[in-house]
Design a protein around this ligand. Structure first.
Ligand code: ATP
Ligand code: MG
Length: 287
């Protein structure tokens, strides 16, 4: 029996993920447990190769496309109070429903997910035609609404533009519009601002934060940057070599990190505004 915790949207318990390669099995995620609460921004942070993306992709069971498999654990998803399923063992039909409607994902480089030969309006409205079976006219109206929602000005004009006519930040807004068009319960954002410059990065973070509140969805936000963790997340799990080494409220972990690796990550974040009149940014003083 699965215990019912009405606040958890996702409850991951003892999850391990492995990859089968030609002559060996690689362990990417090793016995991790965490939960994502309803209407919170939960961050996964850690250095490259620590297992952040593999963890996120396991919620959508997308590691299976590259010879990955869940070797142990449960992923209990509770989209409403009376519905619960274990995504680690759900069948394909259910997973397709979850991927299309309940959990959406955005990535670092929107250009790889957008079709260069279709206007952005056409691409967003296709989501409505396919997933919600709306007519073309209704889909167009919904697309204008979504473009407004992600604060793209003059949506009627932007509708007919192609991805290459947009800046990186605007393209990420388009991806967010597509991801949110099905009103997901969970948005997974895997390093969505890493390729953007600092000012645009900040705008996209603010947008995700605002939309999370407006839509009352949960966000799983992946980053290697503790500064972003501090800025955006309610709670955080710090990953190191496939394991979670620290887990809890973001504010408490910044005040009193228990793990040496977390302290190192925090110490590498420049203090905001500390460069004024100096050559080097000041670092957090925790160690
Ligand atoms: N398809 C795959 N086949 C084999 N090993 C993989 C595969 N995908 C990931 N891994 C391994 O799993 C580990 C975790 O990878 P993952 O992509 O989750 O890291 P990450 O924390 O997201 O890193 P980054 O910050 O660089 O995106 C790595 O050691 C990686 O080599
Ligand atoms: Mg990654």
């Amino acid at each position: 029996m699965v215990s019912k915790d009405h606040k958890s949207l996702v409850e991951v318990t003892n999850l391990s993920v492995k990859f089968r390669t030609k002559d060996l099995v690689i362990s990417a995620v090793d016995n991790i447990s965490f939960s994502i609460q309803k209407s919170e921004i939960f961050a996964l942070v850690g250095e490259s190769g620590s297992g952040k993306s593999v963890t996120a992709l396991s919620l959508l069971r997308l590691n299976e496309l590259s010879n990955g498999y869940i070797s142990s654990g449960k992923i209990i998803f509770s989209p409403s109070d009376d519905i619960q399923y274990d995504l680690s063992s759900a069948d394909n039909k259910l997973m397709q429903e979850v991927r299309g409607n309940e959990i959406s994902m955005i990535f670092q480089e929107p250009m790889t997910s957008l079709n260069p030969s279709l206007s952005i309006g056409t691409q967003i409205s296709e989501v409505f035609v396919e997933h919600q079976k709306l007519s073309h006219t209704e889909s167009k109206i919904k697309t204008f609404e979504m473009l407004k929602k992600v604060r793209i000005p003059e949506p009627e004009k932007q509708y007919n533009l192609y991805p290459h006519q947009f800046s990186g930040g605007m393209r990420q807004r388009v991806m967010i519009a597509m991801a949110l068009s099905c009103k997901p319960k969970l948005l997974i954002a895997d390093e969505p601002t890493t390729a953007l410059d600092v000012t645009i990065q900040k705008q996209i973070l603010n947008l995700i934060k605002d939309l999370q509140e407006e839509i009352e969805m949960s966000v799983l936000f992946i980053t290697h940057d503790m500064g972003i963790v501090a800025e955006i997340s309610d709670r955080v799990a710090v990953m190191y070599k496939g394991k979670i080494v620290e887990y809890g409220k973001t504010s408490e972990i910044f005040q009193m990190p228990k793990d040496a690796y977390t302290r190192r990550l925090i110490n590498s974040v420049p203090r905001l505004g500390s460069m004024r009149g100096k050559n080097e940014p000041e670092k957090f003083d925790i160690l």
